[in-house]
Design a protein around this ligand. Sequence first.
Ligand SMILES: NC(=O)c1ccc[n+]([C@@H]2O[C@H](COP(=O)([O-])OP(=O)(O)OC[C@H]3O[C@@H](n4cnc5c(N)ncnc54)[C@H](O)[C@@H]3O)[C@@H](O)[C@H]2O)c1
Length: 360
Amino acid sequence: MAFKVCIISCGMIANEAHIPAYQQFSEDYEIVAVSDINEMAARDTAERHGILHYYTDAEKMLTEQKPDVVSVCVPNAFHKEYTIMALRHGANVLCEKPLAFCHSDAVEMFDCAKQAGKVLMACQSMRFTPDRLAAKKFIDEGGMDEIYYGELSRIRRRGIPTWGTFHMKKISCGGAFVDIGVHMLDALVWLMGNPAVSAVSGTIMQNHKNELGSLKGSGALTGKVHNKRTFDPDEMDVEDFSCGTITFETGAKVSFKVAWAANIPEASDIMLVSKKAGLDLPSGRILFDERGERLLEMKNCPYDTPYFGHMYLTDNLRKVLKGEANPIVMPEETINVSKIIEMFYLSARLGREVSAAEIG
Ligand SMILES: NC(=O)c1ccc[n+]([C@@H]2O[C@H](COP(=O)([O-])OP(=O)(O)OC[C@H]3O[C@@H](n4cnc5c(N)ncnc54)[C@H](O)[C@@H]3O)[C@@H](O)[C@H]2O)c1
């Protein structure tokens, strides 16, 4: 029998990524209902995807439908509230990124999942690019020894998201760093084997709030959004540029820059260095000492959609629920990432490096 799925919130990511990802595996998932505080968004989404029920009250949906799986696709500030609600209603949860903005919230959410005996996974959908998957395999097979330095660069030329509330701190909790930077942080800790963070130094800036780009270029990868809200630059109170450094307990240092908008080349780059070898992504170049360099063996993505990462996640979740696999995004990785996010924004506010000991 298929797992019953409910979707909380019916915006871009629910319509373009989550619902198609469950429907791809229709032998194992049946989406029984969707909810959104905006009734039109909920009704249109249900009609668009042939889903029988829609609600404006997520808790009523959970009570009546008793789902096995819930996707939490609300804006960032509401991730914790709805995730805990769904877990307490006995559902396993895929929660959109960033799962949480502080260490204690992430710990509370995973504790709640543990108490309920349910799976909670953050939708870190950008781990699954061919280069990152190949890099993980190379590192896990001993291709690198201890990584001592890294660089992350995630740059859009003009890509402030304009369709929702990404630019408003009270709803999204932060800007570029937490929106697209979180994918880089997640890939980093995953590739590095999840070393504990020991210090973060960060800076945030806002430079381009009146210069907007295309929907595709700002993260709506299919070019389609749903339930669009009018963008007012005067409401923007989050960063469009961020940079800084992370120090791990291993002694490794990683420098990063993340921008929704900047006059430098577009990038989604990760560079990692160890004594044995260095890695450059997405090029896939592995650099050695006197042995020169070679390319990672990358496999093509099996899913023909810009949101292929959500396909990997829903495929993994059904296997986890059948006892055939472990979650591909582990709680301790997401907790580590949440701690880095908390330390980053605290550092930016205080104007100095923040140590892990300062976080509760
Ligand atoms: N994994 C990825 O690559 C990826 C990409 C884009 C967005 N996201 C994440 O998905 C989430 C949603 O993004 P989106 O692009 O779909 O946003 P969106 O603005 O398109 O949709 C948000 C929806 O949430 C509803 N909503 C707002 N407040 C609510 C509340 N309190 N309770 C219930 N519903 C509420 C709105 O009515 C709207 O329909 C965000 O957390 C974002 O970071 C992830």
